[in-house]
Design a protein around this ligand. Structure first.
Ligand SMILES: [Fe+2]
Length: 298
């Protein structure tokens, strides 16, 4: 079957792929081509896919090994591989939306996921888009003094930062018992596949920047977030049934939108793909220790 890969924005963030059936086995050559396309565009949108759970798992594994989710109670599978993203009614008329501010997934993990994959099961009539911003381009456009200022900084990522702009849903005991210790990541990292530098930001989980007072660190994070989330770095995805969307958590940040009728169910299957650390990550964090209690929301 022939297929097409079409960029979705003039700045090459996001590409649409048509003409592939991901429920079928893929050749090594196609696997390499799709992984290269992900490293180039940051987001891939496959159309017209029919992927019930087992097929969805196989399709996701084109991009690597499945990484279990930290939150274990929302999983549809016993092995924690498929998580259900949905609008949860936490109190009468009050809803919790997963991912409702720009972030990168599971950055509190010492080895954060390479990618996240979504496939819709139920969609609202309108709204509920997912936005992506390109953090390679955002880094490239920074002024040289800012690049110099941040190039060697290390941030501490916890499950939920004391400065998080939004609350996370309370974790169950089983999840809390399995959370990894806080992670230390450079603010500027190098992508292991495309070799480009990128801003690694997540206000939900970044608790501190090592060696910097918190007020200064939070002001710096806010300044970088304002820069990186400009529309010129964005691809905005409007969901259609049959989409399988994968994004590279190193190349883009993403956010969900609560701009739809909350009485309508919006549910997507989510799988994460294991990441790897670039040698510069290991180099930058070697011997660095931070004495921190792991924070879990109460
Ligand atoms: Fe997310």
């Amino acid at each position: 079957m022939s297929h097409t890969i079409t960029p979705l924005t003039p700045h090459q963030t996001g590409a649409e792929i048509r003409g592939l059936d991901l429920s079928q086995p893929v050749s090594d050559r196609l696997r390499a081509e799709l992984n290269a396309a992900l490293a180039r565009h940051g987001v891939l949108v496959f159309r017209d896919q029919d992927l019930p759970p087992e097929r969805f798992k196989r399709a996701a594994q084109i991009f690597g090994e499945i990484m279990p989710h930290h939150r274990r109670s929302g999983d549809t599978t016993e092995d924690s591989s498929i998580f259900e993203v949905k609008n949860l009614e936490v109190a009468p008329g009050k809803y919790y939306i997963v991912g409702e501010s720009f972030h990168t997934d599971h950055s509190n993990d010492p080895v954060p996921p390479k990618a996240t994959v979504l496939h819709p099961v139920a969609l609202p009539d309108r709204g509920g888009d997912t936005q992506f911003v390109n953090v390679h381009a955002a880094y490239d456009d920074l002024a040289e003094p800012m690049k110099k200022r941040i190039d060697k900084l290390l941030a501490v990522h916890v499950y939920v930062s004391q400065y998080s702009p939004r609350k996370l849903i309370k974790v169950d005991d089983d999840t809390a018992a399995h959370l990894p210790p806080p992670a230390i990541h450079p603010l500027v990292r190098i992508h292991p596949e495309n070799g480009r530098k990128y801003l690694y930001l997540n206000p939900v989980r970044m608790d501190s920047i090592i060696g910097m007072p918190d007020d200064e660190a939070q002001a710096l994070i806010a300044e970088l977030m304002a820069h990186a989330t400009q529309q010129r770095y964005e691809y905005r995805h409007q969901w259609k049934y049959g989409d399988m969307v994968i994004w590279d958590n190193r190349s883009v940040m993403h956010q969900a939108n609560a701009d739809y009728d909350m009485t309508q169910l919006r549910k997507l299957y989510r799988i994460m793909i294991k990441g790897q650390l670039h040698e510069s990550d290991l180099e930058a964090t070697r011997g660095v220790e931070v004495d921190l209690e792991q924070r879990v929301p109460s």
